[in-house]
Write a protein that binds this ligand. Sequence first.
Ligand SMILES: [Zn+2]
Length: 167
Amino acid sequence: MRFEYCPFCGGKTVGRETGDEGLVPWCDNCTRPLFDMFPTCVLCVAVSDEGRVALIKQNGVTDHYVGVAGYIKPGENAEEAAAREVGEELGLEVTGVRYMRSYWYDKRCMMMLGYTVFVKQGGLKPSCEVDEAKWFDMDDAPAALRNTSLIQQLAELVVKAYKSGEL
Ligand SMILES: [Zn+2]
């Protein structure tokens, strides 16, 4: 998101040379630069204490499973967002989170922070936002996800780390 208008006062921005950043939108009223912005989301692979992976189907998309994902709310950190989203969408008890890596999601201009979210194995109680939730054996999880998608890349990373004992 590039600011033509200041989101604080509504005034039109002007371009201003700002340090190493080059021309940055600037608000004369608020005397502040308005750097380009994008939403930051968490992307999660839920792994149980029995080494199984919970994936979901959402928004009527039926051919592939996806991971739990969601926006970080103002005031919470990314780890809290990952734990909250998995807890809400799968109805499972979250026992820990581990940051894996980040992905730039070009299609939607978003920053995705990838997490392993550790959960207690149990009955899935998906939220109303979720069409279906299912447990997978760890080895089968990446194949249930769309080829080369960010969530498949993250799931492959999680499986590798889990099997090598890094998780
Ligand atoms: Zn302003």
